[in-house]
Design a protein. Structure first.
Length: 356
């Protein structure tokens, strides 16, 4: 006889399941608010009616009213009787202000995974072969940059680089720097402006991201950046880089060990490699304490593990796979002798300062 359904547990599980559907819908509304500049328009408005926000933005008042009421229902903006809405200072930091502070999250809401990518992901469960970042197309490269960018822009130069042994001084006097897995190269444009005496090289097999880096350097008039559309496996083994960075990407690589070895060969004997990777434990049960863990598995299947499995025999580390224990082991195996963990208080990431 089948185990009978416990009605109370069924209701509770149903609420959880529908909460995720609500999350999907609210995510889409956040994307529209970000894309249409609605949060930015709310930022300096105080309490405002739908009609006034429609006039301010030029959008249709009926659509604005539905969006505002939905945002108030989601408790993302404040509501005041009758028919007035406001974005709080905290809402501003998270949803409107991408140029100051490190809290901006609005850029992470991308409007969902395109249907053709979902079809390919479903297929990957049969074949085992996922999609590389190149396969995800130009929009994904832009979205990655917008999600990860605020922290890089606000924290890399003032907080992170000064915490590394001797790196700031080298960058100021003139160093050769590479970002391996640079994506759109926000680390490079940020550092190239701060350290004009140094030269910066970006390596990434994703041609869309490398195009974005080329455009960004041209737009900012920076002449100390070069971009290469190749993976880290193909780094020159010249041993002349002073400083290499790899942010949020080792766990995405099909052959991370080959890249780690290539970085070891390309660094000067007194060089530094700075890795940023996801804050996780080697132990699934310990990771379960993270209330946002399920989101990280979603990122993994839709992007990170998919990329790390995008070739036969891909290592498939995935979003949570390059934890401190694995990072320490793999870098030691590739011939690095020093490994220092840094916690800069970034919710999702830890940093590893690795030296030959
Ligand atoms: C999540 S993105 C991070 C991009 C960038 N570092 C940032 O923080 O915005 C991961 C990047 O790793 C790149 N990647 C994947 N395999 C790689 C490899 N073998 N060598 C270098 N980069 C690789 C992807 O193309 C993608 O641009």
């Amino acid at each position: 006889m089948a185990t009978p359904v416990d009605t109370k547990k069924l209701r509770s599980l149903a609420f959880k399941v529908w909460s995720y559907k609500q999350g999907e819908m609210v995510s889409l509304m956040i994307h529209l608010g970000d894309r249409l500049g609605l949060y930015k328009a709310l930022a300096d408005s105080g309490f405002i009616t739908a009609q006034a926000l429609a006039e301010k933005t030029g959008y249709h008042p009926r659509w604005i009213l539905e969006w505002l009421q939905g945002q108030a229902a989601a408790k993302l903006i404040d509501y005041q009787h009758p028919d007035q809405f406001q974005l709080s200072p905290e809402g501003n930091a998270l949803l409107a202000d991408e140029d100051n502070g490190t809290d901006f999250a609005g850029g992470a809401f991308t409007g969902g995974t395109p249907p053709d990518t979902i079809d390919k992901l479903a297929e990957a469960f049969k074949t085992g072969i996922g999609l590389s970042y190149e396969d995800l197309g130009p929009n994904a490269a832009h979205r990655t940059e917008r999600m990860l960018g605020p922290w890089i822009k606000q924290a890399l130069v003032p907080r992170i680089i000064p915490a590394l042994e001797g790196v700031k001084e080298k960058l100021e006097s003139g160093a050769l720097v590479a970002d391996v897995g640079c994506g759109g190269g926000l680390t490079l444009t940020t550092m190239a402006q701060a350290y004009p005496n140094s030269e910066f090289h970006g390596f990434d097999p994703n041609s869309h991201a490398i195009e974005n880096l080329k455009k960004a350097s041209a737009n900012t008039g920076l002449t100390n950046i070069k971009a290469f559309a190749v993976g880290g496996e193909n780094l020159p083994d010249s041993g002349n880089y002073d400083f290499i960075l790899s942010f949020d990407c080792i766990h995405d690589m099909t052959q991370p060990m080959a890249v780690i070895k290539a970085v070891r060969q390309s660094l000067k004997p007194d060089g530094t490699w700075l890795i940023k990777d996801i804050r996780s434990h080697g132990d699934f049960e310990k990771n379960l304490e993270n209330p946002l863990l399920a989101m990280f598995y979603g990122f993994s299947i839709s992007a990170c593990m998919s990329s790390a499995m995008s070739e036969p025999d891909g290592a498939g580390l995935g979003t949570l796979g390059f934890n401190p224990k694995v990072a320490r082991q793999m870098t030691a195996e590739a011939g690095f002798s020093r490994f220092k963990e840094h916690d800069f208080g970034e919710a999702a990431n830890l940093y590893y300062e690795v030296r030959p």
